[in-house]
Design a protein around this ligand. Sequence first.
Ligand code: ZN
Length: 186
Amino acid sequence: MNSIEHGNIISSYSKAAHFASIKHKHQKRKGADKVPYINHLIEVTDILINTGGITESDVIVTALLHDTVEDTDTTFEEIESIFGAKVAHYVSEVTDDKKLPQAKRKELQITHANSMSFEAKLVKLADKICNVREILDNPPEGWSNERKVHYFYWSKAVVDNLGDINKPMQKKFEEIFSLAINTVLI
Ligand code: ZN
């Protein structure tokens, strides 16, 4: 990679991180600690780069933007106009349709997992690693162990349907899943 390409990638990451930080600025994660939402986006990006070894610009930008349409007033058109059609498409693949009931959305995540693009699957896998870790370390108030176990197994069903896409991240998910189940069931 030459220095111009390298500069373009850094520029995209920075633009996406800035965009996401503004869009999510009033939001906190649902855990009892009320962590700022942007922490989640940075964690997902970090897992992709430093566990998964993924540095492809469109994947990293998608990771930073993956919850903007689902959880803020951002539209796909807005994402396309700033970050391009490919990123808008990947974000759409990892965005739940909030008009559907939650149980249906959860079921669709499992059934849609294996038909997503490779790029969207990578983001989904990193997202699930972070979400399971978060429910383990900092669960929302009032979540019973039963509810947590249900969440962990649902996450695993989604990840299993993504297929064999990135060994280090799959291994990381298995480790966190096992730890989560063992911690909650003891
Ligand atoms: Zn997420």
